[in-house]
Design a protein around this ligand. Structure first.
Ligand SMILES: [Cu+2]
Length: 190
């Protein structure tokens, strides 16, 4: 009898999952999409550190997505210059900037840019762990230590990868990138 009940429930779940996206039966949570974007220029980002880049180690820090040959990318120098002037590159961003979700909805954050980011919940927006990109703002506690801090490292998203955020409580939640601290997003849970 138990097995039959279980199968019936499973069939109910599949029907719900295949129809309108709903959480009415508690089968699978609603998912809200967030994307991380950047336009990193691999030619400058992946230069050896001696030449002012971030190094070609591993598979390189920046993976080509921005069509740099056609002028759509941001060089490493430009990125730092703009951050220093307090006018950071708006192409490096989480989209949307604000999201209102119901309690129980999961966030699915996909990195569609070319380099790693973090999607880190913070009490208040502020600087990340890469000082030249902070425009004088102190590093927020949640970003302190960079990737040597496991709490920060587990919020990292590399190009093409996805980070799921579940269990957000009702209220306002702030997320930022600990590398590019102007990448910020507010999530309001109703
Ligand atoms: Cu970032």
């Amino acid at each position: 009898m138990r097995k039959v009940t279980g199968l019936t429930l499973l069939a109910g779940c599949l029907m719900v999952a295949g129809g309108i996206r709903t959480n009415a039966h508690g089968c699978s949570p609603d998912v809200a999409q967030v994307v991380a974007l950047d336009e990193c220029d691999p030619d400058t980002f992946n230069l050896p550190t001696k030449k002012g880049g971030l190094g070609p180690g591993g598979t390189g820090f920046c993976h080509e997505v921005a069509l740099s040959a056609f002028g759509f990318s941001t060089t490493l120098g430009d990125l730092i210059d703009k951050a220093n002037k307090g006018t950071p590159d708006p192409g490096w961003d989480f989209e949307p900037d604000q999201l209102t979700i119901h309690e129980g909805t999961n966030l699915s954050v996909v990195d569609q840019g070319g380099e790693p980011h973090t999607f880190t919940e913070v009490a208040q927006f502020g600087g990340g762990f890469v000082e030249p990109l902070n425009h004088g703002e102190p590093t927020v506690p949640e970003c302190t230590g960079g990737f040597s801090n496991v709490a920060v490292a587990r919020t990292r998203i590399t190009q093409g990868s996805r980070l799921d955020v579940a269990g957000l409580s009702k209220g306002k939640h702030l997320f930022q990138c600990c590398i590019h601290p102007w990448m910020r997003m507010e999530v309001d849970v109703k």
